[in-house]
Design a protein. Structure first.
Length: 69
């Protein structure tokens, strides 16, 4: 998951790659049908969650509207 967030936050990556990383990350967190990933967000350490939140929220200031979605 950390690698996905890194890809989303890295402005040197292409827009489609950043968007795909964001979608995969969202699906991992929101997936309730696969028991392996059901509590993935809850099980993360608070420090790690905070860093992920900051990285993803930082993309809201991105110039690309495709990435901000």
């Amino acid at each position: 998951m950390a690698s996905l967030v890194k890809e989303v936050a890295d402005e040197n990556n292409s827009e489609p790659a950043r968007q795909m990383a964001a979608v995969i990350c969202k699906n991992l967190i929101a997936n309730r049908s696969d028991a392996r990933f059901a509590d993935i967000w809850i099980q993360l350490e608070p420090f790690f969650k905070q860093n992920m939140k900051q990285a993803v929220l930082g993309t809201l200031a991105c110039q690309s509207s495709l990435v901000r979605k």
